[in-house]
Design a binder for this molecule. Structure first.
Ligand code: FAD
Length: 439
C-alpha cells in the first residue's frame, strides 16, 4: 500500500469538559444523563444527526433486557407522552403498553429533550477520529465534522461508540468477534413496511417461532425462498398503524470496523429488501399489499471489538446470575442471541426460546475499565466480555443500564479527583440506588 504523509497542524480546542461521552446510542445516552444528574459537566458527541444509536438510526424494533432500568422506563414514559404519536395511542398509553417497541421519530425527539433537561452539551454530526494521550492516559478526543478537525479535552472519556473506536485509538487491547477465528455476528439493515393488515398478520419474533401458513411453515419458507444469507423471518409490531418493523436482511463475513465491508453490507441489504417484500406479499397472510416505508440510516452491527478489561464477563457469569461486588448494573436478563455466522437463523451456540439462567445478572465495573488505559471507560456492547457473553449483554436495555452505571462512576471519580479505575464503587452503588436502581 502507498502512503501519504500528513503534516502536523494546530487544531482548535473547542471544549474542556469533565466528562466526554463519545457515541449517543443507548450506552452513551445512559452514561451522559447519569453523569450529568450527578452534577458533572458533560459533553456528548455523536456521528449521526440525532441520538439513539441502533434504537433510532438502526431502526430497531424494541428494547430488550434490563427492563427494570429506571432510565429505560423514563424514556418509554416520555415517548408515550409524545405529541407526535398517532392520536389513538396518546396520551393514555403507559410505558408498559409499549412492550418496549420503538416509535423511532418520537424517541429521537425525546432523547434530545432529556439531554437538554439533564444539562448535557450535545454536539451531533461529529465523529471522534483520534485520541489525545499523555502516556497511557486519555486526555481528550480529536473530532471531525463540517467545522473541520477539532479537539475536546476531558477529565474522563466514556467510549460508547459501540465499536470502541476511542479505546482502539488509545491502544487498548481487544479481540475482534469470536475468539477462535475473529468472525463477527452477521449484520442487518432494519426497515419498516406499511400496508399490513394487522387483523390477519402474523409476527414471528424469534428464530424459534414456527408458524404454519397455507404455503408451509414460515421459517422453512424463508429458507427456501429468500436470497441467502437472508432466510429467516422476523417481523415486529410497530406503533404506527399498518406498519411492521422487519429484521430480515442478513449479510455475513462483515468486519463492522472496515468501511469497505460496511459499504458492501449497505448495498447487499438494500438489494435483499425488495426480495423480502415480494416474499412477504406472496406467502404471508396480511402482508399481501405491504410496501417499503423507511429503512435505518445505518446497517446494524451486532458485534465487533471486545476489549480486555480488568475482568472479562463470561457466559457462566450470566447463566449463574452472578452478583459481582463491584456491580454497576443489576437485573440484566436476556438470552445468548448468536446469529448464524455463516448464514440465516441461529448459531449452534445461541439459545433464544430455550435459554435458561438462574436469574438476572450484574455487570461488574471492572469489565468497563480497560486493562491498561487510564482516563477512559467502556460503555455498552464494547465492554469486556467473551463472544458468547456479549451476545447477551449487547441488547439495548442492558447497554443503557451499563451506561447509567458507568456515567455515575465517572462522575464520582472525577468529583473525588481519583483515577477512574479507583472510583469508590460502594459510593457509586449508593448513588445508583438513590437514583432509582432497584435491587
Ligand atoms: C440488527 C440488530 C438487531 C438487534 N435487535 C435488538 C433488539 O431487538 N433489542 C435490543 O434491545 N437490542 C437489539 N440489538 C442490539 C443493540 O441494538 C445494540 O447492541 C446496542 O444498540 C448497542 O448499544 P451501544 O450504545 O453500545 O451502541 P450503538 O447503539 O451502536 O450506539 C453507538 C453510537 O455511537 C455512534 N458512533 C460510532 N462511532 C462513533 C465515532 N467514532 N464518533 C462519534 N460517534 C460514533 C453511532 O452513530 C451510534 O449512535 C440489535 C442489534 C442489531 C444490529
Amino acid at each position: 500500500m502507498k502512503f501519504y504523509h500528513e503534516g502536523a497542524k494546530e487544531i482548535p480546542i473547542i471544549a474542556e469538559t469533565e466528562i466526554l461521552v463519545a457515541g449517543g446510542g443507548p450506552a452513551g445516552v445512559g452514561a451522559a444523563i447519569a453523569a450529568a444528574r450527578c452534577g458533572a459537566k458533560v459533553m456528548l458527541i455523536e456521528k449521526c444527526g440525532y441520538l439513539g444509536g441502533v434504537a433510532t438510526a438502526g431502526m430497531m424494533s424494541h428494547w430488550s433486557g434490563a427492563v427494570h432500568c429506571s432510565l429505560l422506563k423514563e424514556i418509554m414514559k416520555k415517548t408515550a407522552q409524545s405529541t407526535s404519536l398517532p392520536l389513538e395511542y396518546a396520551p393514555e398509553l403507559t410505558e408498559h403498553d409499549f412492550n418496549w417497541s420503538i416509535p423511532h421519530e418520537c424517541q429521537k425527539q425525546v432523547l434530545f429533550q432529556m439531554m437538554r433537561e439533564a444539562g448535557v452539551t450535545v454536539q451531533v454530526h461529529t465523529m471522534a477520529v483520534a485520541v489525545i494521550k499523555d502516556g497511557n492516559k486519555v486526555k481528550g478526543v480529536i473530532t471531525e465534522s463540517k467545522s473541520g478537525r477539532e479537539a475536546i479535552m476531558a477529565k474522563a472519556v466514556i467510549d460508547a461508540t459501540g465499536d470502541g473506536d476511542i479505546a482502539a485509538f488509545a491502544g487498548a487491547k481487544y479481540l475482534l468477534g469470536r475468539e477462535e477465528d475473529n468472525a463477527c455476528q452477521p449484520v442487518t439493515l432494519m426497515f419498516r413496511i406499511g400496508g399490513v393488515d394487522y387483523a390477519r398478520a402474523v409476527f414471528p419474533h424469534s428464530f424459534e417461532t414456527f408458524i404454519d401458513l397455507p404455503a408451509g411453515e414460515i421459517q422453512a419458507l424463508g429458507k427456501a425462498h429468500l436470497p441467502a444469507p437472508a432466510g429467516h423471518v422476523l417481523l415486529y409490531r410497530n406503533l404506527l398503524p399498518g406498519e411492521v418493523t422487519v429484521n430480515m436482511t442478513n449479510v455475513t463475513g462483515i468486519n463492522g470496523t472496515d468501511v469497505r465491508d460496511l459499504t458492501r453490507a449497505e448495498m447487499e441489504c438494500r438489494e435483499q429488501m425488495d426480495q423480502i417484500v415480494k416474499f412477504l406479499r406472496k406467502f404471508v397472510p396480511g402482508y399481501e399489499k405491504c410496501y417499503l416505508t423507511a429503512s435505518g440510516e445505518m446497517t446494524g452491527i451486532r458485534e465487533t471489538r471486545h476489549f480486555k478489561g480488568v475482568i472479562t464477563l463470561t457466559p457462566e457469569d450470566i447463566v449463574e446470575a452472578k452478583v459481582f461486588d463491584d456491580w454497576i448494573a443489576v437485573k440484566n436478563y436476556f438470552n445468548f442471541d448468536i446469529h448464524n455466522i455463516k448464514g440465516a437463523g441461529l448459531d449452534s451456540n445461541g439459545a433464544q426460546k430455550f435459554f435458561r439462567a438462574k436469574g438476572e445478572y450484574t455487570i461488574p465495573y471492572r469489565a468497563c475499565v480497560p486493562e491498561k488505559i487510564d482516563g477512559l471507560l467502556l460503555s455498552g456492547r464494547n465492554i469486556s466480555g467473551t463472544h458468547k457473553a456479549h451476545s447477551n449483554y449487547r441488547v439495548m436495555g442492558i447497554c443503557l443500564n451499563i451506561g447509567v452505571g458507568v456515567g455515575t462512576a465517572a462522575a464520582t471519580a472525577v468529583q473525588a479527583g481519583v483515577e477512574l479505575r479507583n472510583a469508590d464503587i460502594k459510593n457509586v452503588q449508593q448513588i445508583l440506588l438513590a437514583n432509582g436502581t432497584e435491587l
